[in-house]
Design a protein around this ligand. Structure first.
Ligand SMILES: Cc1ncc(COP(=O)(O)O)c(C=O)c1O
Length: 279
């Protein structure tokens, strides 16, 4: 892993960093293909919304772009770029410094493997016990406090299970620990509404725009676990792994259908591309 802190090669931050002390900051995880970070504008738009939601200054976009290009140019194959903004420390305590100074952390590592079967047949997914509690002011953004996801991910160590789904205390399905969920019911694409909690994924946004272009009806809505088990198709998405159908959820099996295949074919990215058409 190569890393920069404020544009210089470094692997450490000071102990008083407010990202480390309080989780004060935001981050983005981007896929890099042929030396180029994909969906840059969508990632920077979410980062900007995150800074606004946290009452912090706008992100230093030009410096982030310099960091990104500096690191990505050195990558031969597909890579994952993580850009983190933390608030620099200034004394003890929660009170914010009178003037906030950003600390930029940029890290790049090779992309994970993308087994073709995950894209063709799909992945195995479980329900998590961990609940995603409402945090309306923070819904949708990628802030540094991710204990909900860490605790949910700690519920399993079976490498055959690729992802876990979380619900809110009322039973509404919110999404995966690291991905967004779409269900296909009666040829309509449904995805959990992100209002009180959840993450507004960049690939989710690309899929929603793509559905419009392909003429696939789409609704952001409340989905229960029962709705998911009755769905005709289920898929999970994120910027690094692309679109993967769910093959098994709990004890139930699903097949990738024509909507999943149409989206996999239409969304550009370096992931394995299954043949179009339902199985
Ligand atoms: C909880 C959660 N949901 C969804 C996503 C997907 O977001 P994106 O499509 O921008 O990768 C992520 C990404 O890390 C995530 O952590």
């Amino acid at each position: 892993m190569l890393s920069l802190v404020d544009g210089e090669p470094a692997t450490e931050v000071p102990l008083d960093d407010r990202g480390l002390q309080y989780g004060e900051g935001v981050f983005e995880t981007l896929l890099v293909d042929a030396g180029e970070p994909l969906a840059w504008d969508l990632h920077m738009a979410r980062m900007t919304r995150g800074c606004q939601a946290l009452g912090l200054p706008d992100p230093p976009l030009a410096a982030l772009h310099r960091d990104a290009l500096g690191l990505c140019g050195a990558q031969d194959g597909p890579a994952v770029l993580k850009l983190t903004l933390t608030v620099q420390g200034a004394g003890r305590g929660y009170a914010r410094p009178a003037s906030v100074a950003w600390r930029r952390i940029a890290q790049v590592a090779p992309a994970p493997e993308w087994p073709a079967a995950d894209y063709e047949r799909g992945i195995r997914v479980r329900w998590c016990r961990q609940l995603w509690f409402p945090e309306p002011g923070l819904a949708g953004i990628k802030h540094l406090n991710r204990m909900t996801q860490v605790l949910a991910r700690a519920e399993w160590d079976d490498p055959g299970i690729a992802e876990g789904l979380l619900r809110d205390p009322a039973g509404a399905v919110i999404g995966g620990t690291m991905s967004n969920l779409f269900a296909v019911c009666n040829e309509t694409l449904l995805t959990p509404l992100i209002r009180n909690c959840g993450m507004a994924g960049t690939l989710r946004a690309r899929i929603m725009a793509c559905a419009g272009e392909l003429g696939i009806p789409l609704r952001e809505t409340m989905l229960s676990a029962t709705d998911c088990h009755r769905a005709d198709e289920l898929l999970l998405c994120n910027a690094v792994r692309g679109i993967r159908p769910i093959r098994i959820l709990g004890r139930q099996s699903f097949s990738a259908g024509s909507v999943t295949r149409a989206l996999q074919a239409a969304i550009a990215g370096p992931w394995p591309r299954p043949a179009s058409g339902a199985e």
